[in-house]
Design a protein around this ligand. Sequence first.
Ligand code: KG4
Ligand code: ZN
Length: 355
Amino acid sequence: MAVILGIESSCDETAAAVVVDGWRVLAERVASQAADFATWGGVVPELAARGHVDQLPGIALAVLAEAGLIPTDLEAVAVTARPGLIGSLLCGLTSAKVFAARLSVPLLAVDHVQAHIAAIRLGERGEDVAYPLVALVASGGHSHYYLCREPGRIEPLGGTIDDAAGEALDKAAATLELGYPGGPRIEVRAASGNPAALDLPRSFLRDDTVRLSFAGLKTSLLYRVRGPQGKDALRLDDVGLADACASFQGAVIDCLLAKLALAADRCDCRHVAITGGVANNGALRRAAAELAAARSWTLHLPAPVHCGDNAAMVAALGELMLRRGEVADLGVQASPTGSAPAPCGAIRGRCSHRS
Ligand code: KG4
Ligand code: ZN
């Protein structure tokens, strides 16, 4: 039995969790600074780092207490070491190093994007997830597709060439004066809107590349609601606002799912996963479930609490790394960039994998 403390602080969520064997969550907490950043319209890196300094020690000790454990019960500490905001990462990594050194337990330096995918292990026996699978990570910083031949290993298949899906939703919400974070606010308004009301572009939708682009969609919305220069005052009634939200959200979902289908076809893979903060979106989850039923996919959608940034997913990946002996030394550095290689030839060609 491996009892692991997970720590996540790559952006504006400070999180800690105690997870057993990579799937059973004993306790977890996520303290989000999103409300603090609503007035700024986005994350201010320096403030986010200071927020982590305030929150981290209390949250880590609180999850241990909630799990009914004391620090010496821990067998390892897993922490997000990359990618993310460097100041934010350093807070979590430094705390994790202190725990690991003080307790003489292994330190596991986790990649945040891979951890989002490892979230599919939580709440069910990780061994029951079938591989290989194709995973979409759709968050504020990423919208990429990966082939996972085995747990904890990823190969990039393609993704966005400009904005991430969450970033596009956040910017659309700013255009519509809905505040930050945009994804959930757009989802609420979209619920009563007509997704066909605005004819918005869907870049690359019908081509044969695993590519996304949301820049044109974002600009198109801006011109539609704020005039040809994008500078007019917003004049939408509640119905117009709901329609704009539903149309924008619908376009994002169409693109994300079309390329998921393409990526799965390319790899002859019937096991698929969608993770990351955008996977919280109810309309996306419903559309993905319909697509999965139509294509006889096994679809893995983490519980909403494990889609956005959280520490249980960090411990879930950490447990795989511990089993493989992928232990970091205390000199490990935080990095703003990820560990997965850049998407390569697989974007257009077929995958070498056949299931
Ligand atoms: O994974 P995450 O918590 O942090 C990053 O690693 O980026 O994702 C945050 C992103 C934000 O852009 C936010 O607007 C989006 O996820 N998001 C949503 C929803 N909840 C969060 N997007 C659409 N619908 C939601 N319900
Ligand atoms: Zn994330």
